[in-house]
Design a binder for this molecule. Sequence first.
Ligand code: GDP
Ligand code: MG
Length: 171
Amino acid sequence: KKSSLSEVKVAVIGAPSVGKSALTVRFLTKRYIGEYDHQQESKYKHEALLDGEPILFEILDTCPKSTEELPGSEIAQWADGLFLVYSITDRESFNYVRRAKQRLQPDIPLTLVGNKADMVHLRQVSPEEGEILAKDFECGFAEVAAAEQVNQVGEVFHELCREVLTNRRRA
Ligand code: GDP
Ligand code: MG
């Protein structure tokens, strides 16, 4: 991988409808937008300061058509870091993340994200299960709501990017 020091490539992985695009758009625009492209994989470039340092973020918002479609190895090859996103309201999406991780076997920083935390009344996956899976993956974990909590989504992205930069400097 030949990313320059100030470039961070992140892929957003997860089953259909967990909120990958909502989280991506939330991070990029600080807004929750109902209208965006739901049908296609999209790549975004976004310049922003991280701890005072200018960073070029590249975000790949993946778009599997079904839970049968797992991400290909080229994604983990391209990315510096991965978001593994499930919905706390969708048990199958939690299983998807597990299968995707197994398939990719990534050796890059990961963050496990349980989205739709605002929908507690429809919860199918407990926070404890998320924590246990993150421990298994040896990665960070957060429950978030793309629909709310602007700063929280930004902070989760930034935390992953800090880890990417720290690893790169160590290498
Ligand atoms: P994707 O297929 O993973 O990209 O999922 P989308 O971003 O298209 O979101 C799927 C649906 O879930 C949309 O109707 C979103 O408005 C909704 N959604 C996304 N994030 C949240 C969230 O945090 N809370 C709630 N309640 N709905 C969400
Ligand atoms: Mg999408």
